[in-house]
Ligand binder design. Structure first.
Ligand code: ADP
Length: 366
């Protein structure tokens, strides 16, 4: 989607993809296949481009710091990435910037984990500090049987890693906000969106977020503060819980994020274009809404063997924008998304859901 956005800018995209099937390679003007965790591969790739940026978090922060020391522009840089890839570092950043979060304790290894579990009490959430996404790496624990030592190993795997143990809060709703920050420190915010999760995966994003104006302002101000604190260049997405009328920060991503895909249709400049503008050192584009209501529904792989009857034959729906990523089908995998825009939230949500569900039943192939 960044490569698509580059067509509106005078920017050439080179993609370093993990394998020939990597969907981003199809849209790049230059493509390299290689391992982004391999030092020589990254040094050679960085030497061929003006600016390096990332569209995921599985980043070697030490290697990024080495690229920076060798004079390569990496945006966002290692300071922001070090925090984005590590929930422990996020927890520390929220403390420093005084952004309220669920009560949390960092634990390293089984003894500290036990102490943290005892201190927080059930229900609680145990998060792997590193490596989780789409709900993987997040374990909700309500049943006392699940905190027995052997059960913890079953649930969490190796305990000799870093966890953040959190109070499981009662969630009224979840929201997210994207801000974009330029090389010169200019910051612009997108309107707050509402996110709807199912089984730990984001299912839907809606505009308007339909939350209290004061909470929306607080979320936006917090995201801007974090972007400055972390010296972000590009998009910073910040996710929050609304719990008992309070705003509690959940996590951040320093890249174009699923909660901002809706901006392709909803906003004057998409998050992808603004990320490129920011990292390329261009002026930022307007983050203004261009619609009254928008709903984005992720197209998620389903178990096709359980599909009853023939899949519904829908052509590309005329009333929703379809974005399929060209990824291979796997149950639970995000294969694309659909966005509908209009004047009524009910109407756009119905249209986007219908299109996404039909695509899922068809196996979400192009
Ligand atoms: P990921 O890194 O996989 O996106 P998150 O930290 O966003 O993981 O957690 C995934 C989902 O789990 C959240 O969207 C929320 O629904 C639930 N969750 C996470 N932390 C808490 C918490 N402290 N209390 C209650 N629910 C939580």
């Amino acid at each position: 989607m960044m490569a698509e956005a580059s067509e509106r800018l005078d920017v050439d995209i080179a993609v370093l993809g993990a394998g020939p099937e990597d969907p981003a390679l199809r849209l790049a003007s230059r493509s390299v296949i290689g391992d982004h965790l391999d030092r020589d591969t990254m040094l050679a790739f960085a030497a061929e481009v003006d600016v390096v940026t990332f569209d995921h978090e599985l980043v070697d922060v030490d290697l990024v710091a080495e690229l920076e020391r060798s004079g390569h522009a990496v945006r966002p840089g290692s300071t922001a990435l070090a925090v984005a890839v590590d929930k422990r570092a996020q927890y520390e950043a929220f403390l420093t910037t005084e952004i309220p979060m669920p009560r949390s304790i960092v634990a390293q290894g089984s003894e500290e984990l036990r102490a943290a579990i005892d201190a927080i009490g059930l229900p609680l959430v145990i998060k792997h500090a590193r490596g989780g996404y789409d709900g993987r790496g997040v374990t909700m624990i309500e049943d006392p049987a699940d905190i027995q030592p052997s059960r913890l190993v079953e649930l969490l795997g190796d305990l000799d890693v870093t966890f953040v143990v959190q109070d499981a809060v009662a969630i009224d709703s979840e929201i997210a906000v994207q801000v974009v920050r330029s090389v010169s420190g200019e910051v612009a915010a997108y309107p707050v969106v509402r996110t709807v999760q199912e089984q730990g995966i984001c299912r839907m994003v809606q505009i308007p977020a339909a939350i209290d104006e004061q909470l929306a302002e607080q979320a936006t101000a917090s995201a801007m503060r974090l972007a400055e604190h972390l010296d972000v260049v590009g998009i910073l997405a910040v996710e929050f819980f609304v719990s008992g009328g309070q705003l509690l920060v959940n996590e951040i991503a320093a890249r174009p994020h699923n909660s901002g895909h809706i901006t392709i249709e909803s906003s004057a400049t998409s998050q992808f274009e603004n990320h490129l503008r920011a990292v390329a050192g261009f002026p930022l584009g307007s983050t203004d809404l261009v619609v009254n209501a928008a709903s984005m529904v992720n197209v998620i792989g389903i178990d096709l063997t359980e599909r009853a009857g023939d899949p519904p034959s829908i052509e590309v729906p005329a009333d929703a924008a379809v974005h399929l990523y060209g990824k291979s089908h796997r149950p639970g995998r995000k294969l694309g998304h659909v966005t509908a825009v209009g004047d009524s939230l009910d109407d756009v949500t119905r249209r986007a859901r219908r299109a996404a569900e039909a695509l899922e039943l068809q196996g979400a192939t192009r």
